[in-house]
Design a protein around this ligand. Sequence first.
Ligand code: ATR
Length: 274
Amino acid sequence: MSDFYAVIGNPIAHSRSPLIHAAFSRQTGQDMRYEAILAPLDAFAATVSIFRQRGGKGMNVTVPFKLEACRISNRLTERAGAAQAVNTLVFDAGEILGDNTDGAGLMRDITVNRKFSLTAKRVLLMGAGGAARGAMLPLLEHEPSMLTIANRTKQKAYELQQQFSYYGNVVSGDYSDLRGERFDLIINATSASLHGKLPLLPAGIFAMESLAYDMMYGDERTPFLQFAKQQGVARLADGIGMLVEQAAEAFFLWRGIRPETASVIDAMREKFKV
Ligand code: ATR
C-alpha cells in the first residue's frame, strides 16, 4: 500500500497542497497518496490521532491549527520552536515531530527563485502575527543590515523584536514610525490583503531596485503589490512561490528527495491565473 499524507485545516476545500504534492510525487516517482482533511475546530488532536491510526506518515497543517500542532508534537525542530508554530508533522516510531517549513520556503523563493540577496540589505517585515514570527529567524540568518518590524499593534512588534534581537539588528514600531525610511525588501506578512486592505505605508518607502513580497496571493494582484507598483517597484512577488517551496521542504522531510519547483510554480500560476 502507498504511504499516505494529508493537509489538515478548517476550512480546507481551497487548499492547493494536494495538487502540489501530487505534482511532486509524479515528478519524483514516489509511491504516495496525499489528501485534504477538514478537522472540526474543536477536534484537531483527535483528527490527527485517527489519521495516525490509519497509518498516515505525515501531515501539513494550515489555518487555524499551527499553534495546536506545536502543542501536540513530542519533539520540535529549532525553527518550529522559534516560530512557535508547526506546519509539518512527521509520524515516526510512535513519535510526532513538529517542523515549520514556511520560513525556509519564503527564503528559498526570495533568494533562489527571485535571486535577491538579503545580506547587508534593509528589510521591512509588515505584521507581527504567526506568519511574521515564522519569518524572523530565517530572515536574520541571511544577515540583513537591519530588520524592521512594523505592526498596527506596536506592542506585538516590540515583543517580536525582544525575542529575536539576539540574532541580529532588529527594530520595531508602527506604520507611522516608517516616515522617511527606505527599504530594499518589504515583506507583507499581515492578513490585511485577505480583507482587501493595506497597512498605511508612506510614499517613497521603496529603495531603488527593491523587491516587494506579499506572502498572500489571490486571483488578482494584492493591494500591497498594487501599491508597490504604483510606487514604481518593478520586482513584485506574491506568495505562490513560498507556498510551493514550503511544500517542497515538507516533501523533502518526508521522502528525502527535493522536488524541482519551478515547473510546479508555473503550473499553479497557469491553473489559478495569478
Ligand atoms: P497570521 O498567523 O496569518 O500572521 P495573525 O496571527 O492573526 O495571523 O496576525 C495577523 C497580522 O495581520 C497581525 O500582525 C495584524 O495586526 P495586529 O497585530 O495589529 O492585529 C495584521 N493585520 C490584519 N489586518 C490588518 C489591517 N487591516 N491593517 C494592518 N494590519 C493588519
